[in-house]
Ligand binder design. Sequence first.
Ligand SMILES: *Cc1c(COP(=O)(O)O)cnc(C)c1O
Length: 369
Amino acid sequence: MSKNYGPEYVRAIAPYQAGKPIAEVAREFGLDEEAIVKLASNENPFGVPPSAVQAMTAAAADLGRYPDANGFDLKGALSKRYDVPAEWITLGNGSNDILEIAAHAFVERGQSVVYSQYSFAVYALATQGVGARHIVVPAKDYGHDLPAMLAAIQEDTRLVFIANPNNPTGTFIPAADIQAFLDKVPAGVVVVLDEAYNEFLAEENQFESAEWVKKYPNLLVSRTFSKAYGLAGLRVGFGIAQPALTDLMNRIRQPFNVNSMAQAAAIAALNDKAFLKQSATNNAAGYQQFTEAFDKLGLQYVPSYGNFVLVKVGNDLAAGARVNLALLKQGVIVRPVGNYGLPEWLRISIGLPQENAVLIAALTKALAQ
Ligand SMILES: *Cc1c(COP(=O)(O)O)cnc(C)c1O
């Protein structure tokens, strides 16, 4: 008998399932890498902004040195953009890092964390990673049921995760509902508002959550450069919160968690308004392209506010896996979401018009089989 290493709560973790890399699908299915369309990880179909490439090339000359552990320039740019003091910002190796740091900084083993059914998989991982108790609140219309989440908070709850828009369902919570929630949450409970897809929201849905941080000392807003800014491979995200939270997070954070290239690229991307606009415009058009096709195919989907759509591809529990396989054979990678308890559904990222067309043709064929 081999010995069981580590605590039981670590052994119980179900590892994160990432989207399949293009090279792996090419190998497995004997396909040409060039011909593969990947719409699986909510990446920016325009790739990395040229402005960021330029900044990285310049930063490369200095890679012999450690990065700025305090991220002075990037925090300065973010501080200006969001009108908060630089000391209120925590940089993360992707915003996943921010979510992890929050769990480590604010939750003790045995205490509880509240999040919604069908919300981002990392909430469960971060909770389990510190040996905390999960309180998973049933979703309402595939989105967060904030009144139920409020009611679910226990004496020992230290953290609540809210994704807005949510991944993998794409649902959106209006500003008034979140504020009503923040007004009632006990002061000792930290609320993480994860806004990874914020930049894709139409103007009428935008609100400045960074402003709320000034009013709510228990609010941590989390943002990322991975989606609309096109820097998923670099791993940069950040949190905004008052010093009472930020100070603790900075003790847990690894000193050099965001590398020099990433810091330089993030500043360039943050200032590249044209790239951001291009991404949002393409996304809105692609959403229309997808939903028109799904309507024609008679497929149910959850109205999405992100850069992806959750679509129901059959009524049996094997539907998602079956259609996913049929798509892979045609060189199209999407995300099965059985691990989220949604085995009849697929999550499909919005790509360039031509990529979307390939997906629609492949899906039509897969459903006819
Ligand atoms: C993609 C995503 C993130 C961001 O992940 P990074 O670590 O910043 O790449 C965070 N939250 C949600 C809900 C996401 O979908």
